[in-house]
Design a protein around this ligand. Structure first.
Ligand SMILES: Nc1nc2c(c(=O)[nH]1)N[C@H]1C(S)=C(S)[C@@H](COP(=O)(O)O)O[C@H]1N2
Ligand SMILES: [Mo]
Length: 320
C-alpha cells in the first residue's frame, strides 16, 4: 500500500509567488481573509497550528442559507465527526486530530489540466472572497446537521487550473500521514473521493476553509475540504492534498470497500435505501439534545432545484 504524505511534495513544486500574483491575489488580500491571529501567525511564518480556528473576517453572506432548520451548535459539529484516519468512532477525530500539522500545507492540482500547479493553503484561502453558506449536511448513516460553512465555489479553483476537454471527473485525495494519523487497517489510504466535472463545477460545491466564521477545526478536515451538500457526507473529502482531473470515473474509498452499499454518485435519496437501513428519515442533530428529532429526508437533501437537472435521464436506483 502506497502512502502519500505531504513530504512527497518538494517545496520546489510550490507555485512561485509571481505565478500566484498573476491571479490578482496579493498577499494583502490573503491576510484580509484571515483574522488577526491568522494574519499575525502567517506573517511571522508560524505554524498554522498556531492559528487553528482563527476568526475569518470579511465573510460575504450569500442566499444559500437554510432557514427552515435551526443551526447545529458548533460544539456538536466539532465533536461528532467522521474522519476515519483518526479512528472509527464519532469522538475519535476530536480527540486525535490535533496531531495533524496543517501548515505548511500544499494542494497539488494535477492530471488533465492546462496549468498543473501546487498552491499553499494561504494562496487558496485568499483567491476569492470567503462566503458563509448555511447548508444541510446529511451523513449516509441517517443523521444530519445544519452547518454554516465558509469557503467559495470549487469552480473558482478549477478555472485557475484550466481543465482540458478530456477531463470528465475530478478526484480528491486526502492527507495520509502515518506519523500523525492512526490510519486504521482495512482501508486503502489515502481517503479518496470524486465528482463528475459538472458536479464539481456546480455553484453549490464549496471549497471549504472554515465553519461558523472560523477556520476549520482539524477534525472537520482543516485546512481545506470540500462540501457537496446534496450528496451523502462521505463525498465531502477532508484535509485535501491533491485534486486530480481524470477522464474516467475515479475509484472512491467507500465504493471500493463496499460497492453494493456506496455508489459513486451517492446523491441523498430517500427513495433508495442503504442495503442495511432506510434512507427515508434522518436524525436531525441541530441541538445538543440526546433525543434528536427525526425528520423526513429530502430528495437531493433539499437542493433539487439547483442539482436535479444534472441527473436528468439517469436511473438513480442504478446510479446510486
Ligand atoms: N478524509 C476523510 N474525509 C471524510 C471522511 C473520512 O473519514 N476521511 N468522512 C466523511 C464522512 S462519512 C462524513 S459524514 C463527513 C463528516 O464531516 P464532519 O465531521 O465535518 O461532519 O466527512 C467525510 N469526509
Ligand atoms: Mo458520513
Amino acid at each position: 500500500m502506497l502512502l502519500r504524505t505531504r513530504s512527497d511534495i518538494p517545496s520546489s513544486e510550490i507555485t512561485p509567488k509571481e505565478t500566484f500574483e498573476a491571479y490578482k491575489c496579493s498577499r494583502r488580500s490573503v491576510m484580509a481573509g484571515l483574522g488577526a491571529i491568522g494574519a499575525a501567525a502567517a506573517m511571522a511564518g508560524m505554524p498554522e497550528l498556531a492559528r487553528a480556528e482563527a476568526k475569518l473576517t470579511n465573510l460575504v453572506t450569500t442566499n444559500y442559507t437554510v432557514s427552515d432548520r435551526a443551526t447545529t451548535p458548533p460544539e456538536k459539529a466539532k465533536s461528532y465527526n467522521n474522519f476515519y484516519e483518526f479512528g472509527e468512532s464519532k469522538s475519535d477525530p476530536a480527540a486525535n486530530a490535533w496531531k495533524m500539522k496543517t501548515a505548511p500545507w500544499s494542494l497539488k492540482i494535477e492530471g488533465l489540466v492546462k496549468k498543473p500547479q501546487t498552491l499553499s493553503s494561504d494562496q487558496i484561502f485568499g483567491f476569492k472572497p470567503i462566503e458563509q453558506r448555511v447548508y444541510r449536511f446529511r451523513c449516509v448513516e441517517a443523521w444530519s446537521m445544519v452547518i454554516p460553512w465558509d469557503g467559495y465555489p470549487l469552480s473558482n479553483l478549477i478555472n485557475v487550473a484550466e481543465p482540458l476537454p478530456s477531463a470528465k471527473f475530478v478526484q480528491f485525495l486526502s492527507l495520509a500521514d502515518p506519523k500523525e494519523m492512526e490510519l486504521p487497517a482495512g482501508i486503502d489510504w489515502p481517503y479518496t473521493e470524486g465528482l463528475r466535472m459538472d458536479e464539481a463545477m456546480n455553484p453549490l460545491t464549496l471549497l471549504t476553509f472554515g465553519s461558523y466564521g472560523e477556520t476549520l477545526a482539524n477534525q472537520q478536515g482543516a485546512p481545506i475540504r470540500v462540501i457537496v451538500p446534496w450528496k451523502y457526507g462521505f463525498k465531502s473529502a477532508k484535509s485535501i492534498v491533491k485534486i486530480r482531473f481524470v477522464d474516467k470515473m475515479p475509484p472512491t474509498t467507500w465504493n471500493e470497500l463496499a460497492p453494493n452499499e456506496y455508489g459513486f454518485y451517492s446523491n441523498v435519496n430517500p427513495n433508495v435505501d442503504h442495503p442495511r437501513w432506510s434512507q427515508a428519515h434522518e436524525r436531525l442533530l441541530n441541538t445538543n439534545s440526546i433525543f434528536p428529532k427525526i425528520v423526513p429526508t429530502l430528495m437531493f437533501n433539499g437542493y433539487g432545484d439547483q442539482v436535479a437537472s444534472m441527473y436528468a435521464g439517469m436511473d438513480l436506483k442504478k446510479d446510486f
